[in-house]
Design a protein around this ligand. Structure first.
Ligand code: DQA
Length: 154
């Protein structure tokens, strides 16, 4: 069975209460539940990991080699600062999709640069919960478990 890892960076555990005018009122639990349903529909395994700690996220990405077929990550504030997370993504050769709830390009200038995006397969930004769902669809494709994978299997 293919496996997709979903990584949530710092402060995303606070979703629902955190700056709802920017991030909406959806909780992390709700986002994970929706991805869990998508995983079940496509018969893939999914693992969720949230951490406020850069090193833990780096270690989680490093441990994904050989055990995970694609990663969806919202690096949150580390998007804009973490050379270590970028290097981990570049090192593992597991396809990575970067997602953001808000449109980082319509916000403060310091959010306009992502250190992770150049080493990710792609980035989805600005669609709220749907950013994760669109990212998950992309991960399914990259893991070979999406629509085109199913077509190939027939
Ligand atoms: C975020 C955008 C980041 O700039 C911010 O630091 C976050 C959340 C988003 O999902 O919109 O924590 O990644």
């Amino acid at each position: 069975m293919k496996k997709i890892l979903v990584i949530h960076g710092p402060n995303l555990n606070l979703l629902g209460k955190r700056e709802p005018e920017i991030y909406g009122t959806v909780t992390l639990k709700k986002i994970n539940e929706s991805l869990k349903k998508m995983a079940a529909t496509h018969r893939v395994a999914v693992e969720f990991f949230q951490s406020d700690h850069e090193g833990e996220i780096v270690s989680k990405i490093g441990a994904s080699v050989g055990t995970v077929d694609a990663i969806v990550i919202n690096p949150a504030a580390y998007t804009h600062t973490s050379v270590a997370i970028r290097d981990a993504v570049a090192a593992v050769k597991v396809p990575v999709i970067e997602v953001h709830l808000s449109n980082i390009y319509s916000r403060e200038p310091f959010r306009h640069e992502s250190l992770v995006a150049p080493v990710a397969v792609g980035q989805i930004s600005g669609f709220g919960q749907e950013s994760y769902e669109l990212g998950f669809l992309a991960a399914l494709e990259l893991a070979g478990a999406g629509k085109s994978g199913k077509r190939d299997a027939k």
